[in-house]
Design a protein around this ligand. Sequence first.
Ligand SMILES: Nc1ncnc2c1ncn2[C@@H]1O[C@H](COP(=O)(O)OP(=O)(O)OP(=O)(O)O)[C@@H](O)[C@H]1O
Ligand SMILES: [Mg+2]
Length: 358
Amino acid sequence: MNETAVITLEGVCHAYDAVVAVDDLALSVPAGEVVCLLGPSGCGKTTVLRIVAGLERLQKGRVLLNGAVAADGSHEVPPERRNVGFLFQDYALFPHLTVAENVGFGLQALAAGERKARVAEALELVVMADYAARYPHELSGGQQQRVALARSLAPKPQLVLLDEPFSGLDARMRDQVRDHTLHALKQSGAAALMVTHDAEEAMFMGDRIAVMRQGRLVQFGAPVELYCRPSDAFVAEFFGEVNHLTGTVHDKKVTTPFGELSAEGLQEGAVADILIRPEALQLGPIHEGLDPKRAVRVIAARMLGRTSLIHLCIGWPDESVLHLHARMPGRFLPPENTMLSVELDHTQAFVFPAEPPH
Ligand SMILES: Nc1ncnc2c1ncn2[C@@H]1O[C@H](COP(=O)(O)OP(=O)(O)OP(=O)(O)O)[C@@H](O)[C@H]1O
Ligand SMILES: [Mg+2]
């Protein structure tokens, strides 16, 4: 375990009566790092933050802050002594206090001069220094969110917990506030644990991402690792749409219409799930010598901004027609019924043992 980690969870379990919300979770976050907890609704993300904050009594395992025990079942450091900042989805600012007073609210213990300097510094961090004298109702939603972030950073916490902090904002505002938040967190040097159910947001914000499913940690790593080397089909699908094929393992390989893929580690004769990201299907003109069985036909093509999505079908094996999505950079809009060739980028295709039926 990393000794310099600001926060470490070891074997943490939590149940609400019969509902197991967190199941044997271990992770740690060093100073200056943003870790995102990513997973579907109900997988236990908020519960993890509540345990770290000390708002939920620890049932099993250990929570360490800077290597010292914060909770181990017999002993609990109270929330106010954990030096942890929070930013939850419903970050209510006090409506009758100015921006500066809101940010200074948790700094009552400091001398007036020091408090003023801290407030100015925190507002600087979120680029809201010009708004110190305003009241919350005089701010946009995104500005209010940034003030709430400044309020959580002002006491200089060693760890900041953020629970879906951008979900109340519209798409354009969200991008901007996310950007400010990431810069402010990085500049503050605090460790951050942020909850989201949006994989793209996790990839934008996180140095590392912890993917959770039903209370368990499924995979923990850098965004590029999770995107390019998902540990199972659940993780692969969480990070974006995939084309699903099935195949049978033969000689440590599975055959697809676009060639063979390695099925190392799977048993001979086993049924495999084959997941192919749309961007792995690279389309081009029909070329001489192409096996006609390998050609695909365009059903529809749509430009979606930075990429184009192409709906394809392929008659393979002969009797059944396979529908696929391909994604090409920029504008790529072949007319309907155009026949194209496909090259498969093997780094964006994944083979897993087929999941047993539920
Ligand atoms: N106070 C509670 N009492 C009983 N069950 C609870 C309580 N809080 C959470 N749960 C249950 O524990 C599980 C995990 O809940 P949690 O809020 O941690 O999930 P989450 O990953 O944050 O979900 P979401 O993305 O919807 O916020 C869920 O099944 C939930 O219904
Ligand atoms: Mg939650």
